[in-house]
Ligand binder design. Structure first.
Ligand SMILES: N[C@@H](CCC(=O)N[C@@H](CS)C(=O)NCC(=O)O)C(=O)O
Length: 245
């Protein structure tokens, strides 16, 4: 049975962190919202799951993953579930929680990225909160982004197994997520991220290595990889970038 990933059909968004793990592992999966309604798929199928009156495990929000009868919500939780199956997390239970801690830090970062364009209300349009977004984005660029990226750079530098991976000497799902964060930040804030390679050399090297992994490279070139756009988590509004006019 292939895994069923439930996530919005037109954005990378939070679903992308799960897609990258599924793609790296070469796992069989259905991106349900991108499927045909005539085959019981499409966005409608996702909404129906969330509104279900009989499903015992109802998610509040996507992404969620269905594996047989199991419905698992939240990116970090989904990755913690898939990690051992895909060999993308350590064997040791305690260390799996260390890896989960790193992923949850990415969860926090992603929420802050979202709030740069939606600082007041998720339910309102960006255009309704542009002024607040400017202030929030400036704070993110000046203080929060360097704090998060500086942290991950330090974790890489202090990895006793060497800086090639964020944890241990093998690829984990956190490495894949850091690749996505790096891609997203560069898309959203091209000016503020112009010097990432010199500021964060280990993160940059990790990004470049993940990009070249055969399954990831194949995926990035495929139609399954949805281009960044103005509906996702990482959005490019020139007026929110550094030194905006
Ligand atoms: N903590 C959750 C966040 C899930 C989330 O906020 N999903 C967004 C899409 S990226 C959504 O549709 N939210 C609807 C809502 O919060 O009302 C995760 O990491 O998966």
């Amino acid at each position: 049975m292939p895994y069923e990933l439930y996530y919005w059909d037109s954005i990378q968004g939070r679903g992308e962190f799960v897609r990258l793990a599924l793609e790296e592992a070469g796992a069989g999966y259905i991106d349900v919202c991108r499927g045909l309604a005539s085959e019981g798929q499409g966005v409608h199928a996702m909404i129906a799951m969330m509104k279900s009156k009989s499903e015992p495990h109802i998610p509040l929000a996507p992404p969620f993953l269905k594996d047989g009868d199991l419905v698992i919500s939240h990116v970090a939780n989904i990755l913690m579930y898939l990690g051992p199956k895909f060999g993308l997390t350590p064997e040791d239970q305690g260390l799996r929680h260390v890896v989960n801690g790193l992923q949850l830090t990415i969860t926090d970062l992603v929420a802050e990225v979202h709030d740069t364009h939606h600082p007041i209300a998720t339910s309102k349009y960006y255009e309704e909160q542009k002024e607040e977004a400017k202030a929030r984005a400036a704070e993110f660029i000046d203080n929060r982004m360097p704090k998060f990226l500086g942290y991950f750079e330090r974790v890489l530098r202090q990895n006793p197994q060497g800086p090639a991976h964020i944890f241990g000497d093998r690829l984990t799902y956190v490495d894949l997520s850091l690749f996505q964060v790096f891609e997203g930040l560069r898309y959203a804030f091209p000016r503020a991220t112009a010097h990432l390679a010199t500021q964060y050399p280990h993160l940059t090297a990790l990004h470049d290595a993940v990009e070249k992994r055969p399954n990831i490279a194949r995926y990035l070139k495929s139609e399954r990889r949805i281009p960044f756009n103005k509906d996702g988590i990482f959005r490019h509004y020139p007026e929110l970038d550094k030194n905006a006019a």
